[in-house]
Design a protein. Structure first.
Length: 359
């Protein structure tokens, strides 16, 4: 995934080893995958399946579910049988839950080996993961750092996060297990950047990136875009999760948009739209929202422009393959900056979608 952005600098992705999670490959030159986490009660299989299906429909690549107890763990096979994307079980402390979800056919486990007790317990989990070729994600979080490290570093510094992750890594490596993905999350962007930069020089495991507890959809989108965007621009990050306090589908939509903004998303469709001004004669905001939503899952290398007026629109969007420019009660369809025909005002979205389809 090394390429030169036109007129810009070379984007160079950190080299990482490849780790598989079900049918999704993380790391190496594989596309950066988008993850989310269900917020349904995993003990309620029906609700969890419904939410995962919604996540699939907006383009989620991998989903994580919380496993608070054995009832939740025993639901994994049922949930898996109804959905298509790989499932990662999020487990804290209890190795028996890990063993159960693996038996249930989960695709990966997020567990910190240093937190599950004796080495025999870790061994049991690791052996089972090896048997089924599962990955383990070590997830270090600034808010739940080990007491010793907090004492040693005074707070959850980047060095403390990295040391914690490397301690967990060592436990797995000593058991000859290397199907590892690492995350080092903090709600502080600067600490997160430093921590990932530090660890990226020490190991070649794929990195799961994100800014944790980043807030509501609006605030969290901005914070995550800056944090995750900054990491991606440094070539760091093999899979992303945008944490938002809201519908998990929003996390996927935002994640896709971050990758799309950096030309790192597999689907190549791009929408450009003008900010509108006093010349705009149509309800551009609704048109843009509707078109963006409808083309979210289209995989085409095409740039679509939606512009407010015919005076400047086509010219401003010369680079676009197809576009519309608003006029009085109508819109003008243009291709590569040239107007080709008029469209009735109430058919703008439909006809634009038809043109995209034909393209
Ligand atoms: Fe204003 Fe037209 Fe430019 Fe949109 S395209 S910002 S409406 S001049």
């Amino acid at each position: 995934a090394n390429f030169k952005i036109e007129g810009g600098k070379m984007y160079k992705r950190r080299q990482s080893r490849e780790v598989s999670v079900g049918n999704v490959k993380i790391g190496g030159n594989n596309p950066i995958s988008i993850q989310s986490m269900t917020n349904t009660d995993t003990r309620d299989a029906k609700a969890t399946i419904a939410q995962i299906k919604r996540l699939e429909s907006v383009g989620c690549d991998i989903v994580r579910v919380a496993i608070p107890d054995m009832t939740a763990a025993k639901n994994i096979a049922k949930i898996k049988s109804q959905v298509n994307i790989p499932i990662i079980a999020d487990i804290h402390f209890d190795y028996r839950l890990a063993l159960e979800v693996i038996d249930q056919g989960v695709d990966g486990v997020r567990i910190n080996p240093g937190n599950i007790g004796s080495i025999d317990r870790v061994k049991m989990v690791v052996e089972k993961c090896k048997e089924k070729n599962l990955k383990i994600r070590i997830g270090v979080n600034g808010g739940s750092l080990e007491k010793e490290l907090l004492e040693k570093y005074g707070s959850a510094t980047p060095e403390a996060l990295v040391e914690s992750a490397l301690n967990h890594v060592k436990i797995l490596e000593d058991l000859d297990f290397r199907n590892i993905v690492i995350s080092l999350k903090s709600s502080d962007i600067y600490k997160t950047l430093d921590a990932y930069e530090l660890i990226s020089k020490k190991v070649d495991y794929p990195l799961h990136i994100g800014i944790t507890e980043s807030g509501s959809v609006k605030k969290g989108t901005i914070k995550s875009s800056i944090g995750v965007g900054a990491l991606l621009l440094k070539g760091i990050g093999d899979t992303i999760r945008i944490s938002l306090t809201g519908d998990p589908c929003e996390e996927v939509i935002v994640g896709k948009e971050i990758l799309r903004s950096l030309d790192l998303l597999n689907d190549k469709i791009k929408v450009v739209s003008c900010p509108t001004c006093g010349r705009c004669n149509i309800d551009l905001i609704s048109v843009v929202n509707e078109v963006e939503e409808k083309i979210n899952n289209i995989e085409k290398d095409i740039t679509v422009a939606i512009m407010g007026c015919a005076v400047n629109g086509p010219g401003e969007a010369r680079e676009a393959d197809i576009g519309i420019a608003g006029g009085k009660g109508e819109g003008l369809l243009f291709k590569k900056g040239k107007i080709v025909r008029k469209i009735n005002g109430d058919r703008l979205v439909e006809e634009l979608l038809e043109e995209i389809d034909k393209y």
